[in-house]
Design a protein around this ligand. Structure first.
Ligand code: ATP
Ligand code: MG
Length: 356
């Protein structure tokens, strides 16, 4: 199959920090696996990062390079995939403006991920217009390359639903596609945009290593919540984080009965430990109080180190050549610009707003 014939895939990350295990199982792992079958575009969303960090531009800039290093460390291959930076693609900004006309304002405010972020990131009443606009900008990210599939974690599902609505509305309003057309038929019926599919990871929402929130729910692992194990953490850091990890608070000694449910220790074993037999036996012993937290945590440290250490070492290699890193980003950005400019032109033609 030649590269042009492959369906396109887009996913991305905000440059708000380094990538962690939640990103890995939620999205990155799938991206690495899908690189051969799809024409992949991976976007580093620096403008989206600035929606909550407008006062920290240097940090956002630095984190673009950190995310890029994490991509390469995790196995994203720049020879196969296109890595690019959001603010260098003017067509995305233009599409955001046009798409914003297709989205009713109350529809944006009902988005549960936006509500969660306002709460979790402590934005209070101080979020900007640009922050509320970011799901539309994300629709523009995805549709700028006319991606057909988007590998993301569960928190992104409401955003992807909005993107799917924007694609349908655009196709109906400007391309003559019937409002009852099936999603899979939009292109065949003359639509410009495919209605992209979500591809969830094997763990849709990995929890963090911290205690539950006020309502008793474990929070998702997040760069912004200080509860993450990073793909770049060294073995000593992994050990310290696991040893300090939240477990069953009612279990004071190894002979107390323990609860496995809603306990990060067991979420992590379930997600990352390949030895399923040990995990099931150890859970049973944990429930009846015949195995200690420390033994289970030691096992977890080994498991996580085996996942993270090869990535960390690859990262150190790539970090030696920042010039090469910048080249990869620049070449990827040029390729993404070409794709997005073509889309923008077609969109303007469809909207009868191409004048020259
Ligand atoms: P921030 O706290 O700045 O929002 P984040 O940790 O939520 O950062 P994003 O850049 O918003 O990371 O998310 C990038 C991708 O990783 C998205 O596809 C998102 O769904 C996925 N993802 C992030 N955290 C998790 C998690 N804990 N479990 C599964 N997927 C996740
Ligand atoms: Mg997020």
């Amino acid at each position: 199959m030649n590269k042009q014939a492959k369906p396109r895939l887009l996913s991305g990350d905000t440059s708000t920090g380094r990538l962690h295990l939640g990103h890995y199982v939620g999205s990155i792992e799938n991206r690495v696996k899908m690189q051969d079958e799809y024409d992949c575009y991976f976007l580093i969303a620096n403008i989206q990062a600035m929606t909550t960090r407008m006062d920290r531009p240097a940090e956002v800039h630095e984190n673009v390079m950190e995310v890029m290093l994490d991509y390469l460390a995790a196995g994203i291959d720049p020879k196969k995939s296109t890595i690019f930076v959001q603010s260098e693609i003017p067509a995305i900004a233009e599409l955001t403006v046009f798409f914003s006309l297709l989205v009713p304002y109350p529809r944006l405010m009902r988005n549960p991920t936006i509500k969660d972020e306002i709460r979790d990131k402590g934005l209070g009443e101080n979020y900007s217009v640009g922050f509320l606009l970011y799901p539309i900008s994300q629709a523009a990210d995805i549709l700028s390359v006319r991606a057909e599939v988007v590998p993301v974690g569960e928190d992104q599902a409401p955003h992807l639903e909005l993107t799917r609505e924007v694609a349908r509305r655009f196709n109906q309003a400007y391309c003559g596609v019937d409002s009852h057309a099936e999603d899979t038929q939009q292109i065949a019926l003359g639509g410009l945009f495919p209605v992209p599919e979500i591809k969830l990871g094997r763990t849709r929402r990995l929890v963090g290593i911290g205690a539950p929130d006020a309502e008793g729910n474990l929070q998702k692992m997040s760069k912004s919540l200080n509860n993450a194990i990073f793909l770049s953490d060294d073995p000593d850091t992994v050990k310290k984080k696991v040893m300090a990890m939240y477990t069953d608070p009612n279990r004071l000694k190894a002979t107390d009965k323990g609860t496995v449910e809603n306990n990060p220790l067991w979420v992590f074993h379930d997600t990352f430990n390949p030895d399923k037999v040990w995990v099931e036996e150890a859970k049973e012993r944990y429930r009846v109080g015949t195995i200690g937290d420390v033994e289970c945590k030691r096992r977890l440290i080994e498991v996580l180190t085996a996942v993270i250490e090869p990535m960390r070492l690859r990262r150190l290699e790539y970090a030696k050549d920042l010039h090469q890193l910048k080249n990869i980003l620049q070449e990827g950005t040029a390729k993404a610009n070409a794709a997005a400019n073509t889309t923008l032109l077609l969109a303007k033609e469809a909207m009868r707003q191409r004048y020259f």
